[in-house]
Write a protein that binds this ligand. Structure first.
Ligand code: ADP
Length: 379
């Protein structure tokens, strides 16, 4: 809508007819005061403002409009009998949106300017709308992010409390079952049930320990006890433990590092046991697992190779993510999808890295590397 402000009714009539003939909707005011009242109530795309009016003149009207946030951006075309120097035009409008047409009006010139301003107004309107929407979108996302963060914190807290609370009764349950096991005759049938019960209790204990580790990582509370470790010995021990747990599997070791590393022995053993348990778990049809150790550029590199189900290329980058389990195999194999996440955090804290090579149907090799320097390495 265009507001025509002129104290001469004939001028208003001429302008109104001209603009409406070219499909511009118009409104009129016959004084500066009336124009101000209208501008405060309605939104106008443009004001055509006569400079010389009795009472408040065109420049005064523009001055007031420029001082108001809601009206300062409405473009104005001044109409004047004399050519007024642009510097007289109010300062608030110097940023743009102002023009000047002398009387008698040339309809073509006026129309051209009106069209230019209308286009500008429309573009500005769209831009503002886009900005508004963007602002809303940003606000919305910020809020969603805050909510997600709060929910994630609550989940972490819950996980931490729940796993702590589960540990205590489980520990006493295990102690009682062990007492029961000792009091039973080995040949008693019940004894084999108790043994199976212990296996399940140990599994449950391992799951809860993993969950506690995840929550410690999340809260930055995963503690390390640093010591100098004979690295090859660490591998031998871990391999031996797996041999005892899975006697049907052959665990072969090739290569050796011949070095010591500084780190947390229990945590590094945890990584090895996790890699090895996975190698066994995810290769139900092949009973062989290989461990390869080598020293390269001051890095000790360990590879745990299995000949199991393998992992498709598209899933390989994800396996070290928290709670990630490869789709399709998650129903066949039990697990929480946190073991490799914990491993990668432990290795990262020892300034090393984890990666894998794998081919579906042929098997996987999970690697980790550690710096061989005998300097404190955990950070
Ligand atoms: P979990 O074994 O408890 O699911 P992990 O974090 O140890 O959790 O492993 C994440 C996922 O990576 C597993 O669910 C499995 O899909 C895949 N994965 C891990 N190790 C192997 C492996 N040796 N062979 C094939 N897939 C594996």
């Amino acid at each position: 809508m265009i507001l025509i402000v002129d104290d001469t009714p004939e001028n208003i009539f001429t302008l109104k007819t001209l603009l409406e003939l070219h499909s511009f909707p118009t409104d009129t005011a016959s004084s500066g005061e009336e124009a101000l009242k209208k501008v405060l109530r309605k939104t106008y795309a443009l004001i055509i403002l006569d400079v010389q009016m009795p009472g408040m003149d065109g420049f005064e009207v523009a001055e007031i409009l420029s001082g108001n946030n809601a009206t300062k951006d409405i473009p104005i075309i001044f109409l004047s009998a004399i050519n007024v120097d642009k510097k007289y035009i109010t300062k608030g409008y110097l940023s743009g949106g102002i023009d000047y047409v002398t009387k008698p009006i040339d309809p073509d010139v006026l129309l051209l300017r009106v069209k230019t301003f209308s286009r500008l107004y429309e573009q500005n309107r769209i831009l503002n709308e886009v900005q508004d929407n963007l602002r809303k979108e940003i606000e919305y996302r910020k809020l969603a992010q805050q909510e997600a963060l709060a929910a994630s914190r609550r989940k972490d807290e819950f996980m931490s409390i729940a796993s702590h609370e589960l540990k205590t009764p489980l520990a006493s349950m295990k102690a009682y079952v062990q007492l029961l096991e000792r009091s039973l005759d080995k040949n008693d049938k019940v004894s084999s049930y108790v043994d199976r019960m212990l296996i399940q209790i140990n599994k449950l204990n391992a799951l809860i320990t993993d969950l506690l580790d995840v929550s410690r990582i999340e809260n930055g509370k995963l503690k390390f006890n640093q010591s100098l470790i004979n690295f090859d010995g660490l591998i031998l021990n871990a391999a031996e433990m797996i041999r005892q747990t899975f006697p049907e599997y052959q665990i072969r070791i090739t290569g050796k590092s011949g070095i010591q590393v500084v780190g947390d022995e229990n945590r590094l053993e945890q990584v090895l046991l996790n890699y090895l348990t996975n190698a066994v778990k995810y290769s139900p049809d092949c009973r062989e697992v290989q461990i390869d150790i080598r020293l390269e550029n001051n890095l000790v590199i360990v590879g745990v190779k299995d000949f199991g189900i393998g992992i498709a290329k598209s899933n390989q980058a994800e396996v070290f993510r928290k709670f990630y389990r490869v789709e399709g195999s998650e129903h066949r194999f039990q697990g929480l999808g946190v073991g490799l996440y914990i491993c990668s955090e432990i290795i990262k804290r020892h300034r090393g890295s984890c990666w894998l090579q794998s081919e579906p149907g042929k098997g996987s090799t999970f690697f980790f590397s550690l710096p061989a320097a005998i300097q404190p390495q955990i950070y």
